[in-house]
Design a protein. Structure first.
Length: 146
């Protein structure tokens, strides 16, 4: 499922967009004090980047805001993304390239059969600037092996 971030932000109330730009959403990991914080909407008004995270990525995690109006805006963002999402059906040999900075995307769930007919997805990450990708270590610019 795919949704253009600009279309999504334009479909929201301006007040929700502003709340989601100003206040971070917290992703708390299960059985841990660790958490990740980031606004749900970053980037410019013309080219927003929408950060939606699914609790299923790390089962038992919680995602949200302790601020009630921000939590409500985040829920409306998720609902609107689901409403506007276009379904893409991939078949064997298809290649789908997604710009993570401009597209909200998700996969539908399925129950595997383990009989050789299940879907197999391979992903690759592409960056035009490896320096900012986190793969290069300061002070060298050498890529790690393996």
């Amino acid at each position: 499922m795919l949704c253009d971030a600009r279309t999504l932000c334009n479909a929201l109330e301006p007040e929700d967009v502003e709340l989601l730009r100003l206040h971070p959403i917290e992703w708390r990991f299960p059985n841990s004090d660790r958490f990740f914080q980031k606004p749900a909407i970053t980037g410019t008004i013309e080219n927003p980047c929408v950060n939606l995270t699914d609790e299923n990525v790390a089962p038992g995690s919680t995602i949200g805001s302790p601020i009630e109006e921000v939590q409500s805006a985040y829920e409306r963002l998720r609902e609107k993304a689901a409403e506007l999402a276009a379904r893409v059906f991939l078949t064997k040999g298809d290649l789908l390239i997604i710009n993570n900075k401009r597209t909200v995307h998700a996969r539908t769930s399925f129950t595997p059969r383990f009989d050789g007919s299940d879907r197999w997805l391979k992903k690759i990450f592409v960056s035009i600037n490896l320096w900012n990708s986190g793969l290069c270590q300061w002070p060298s610019r050498e890529m790690p092996l393996g």
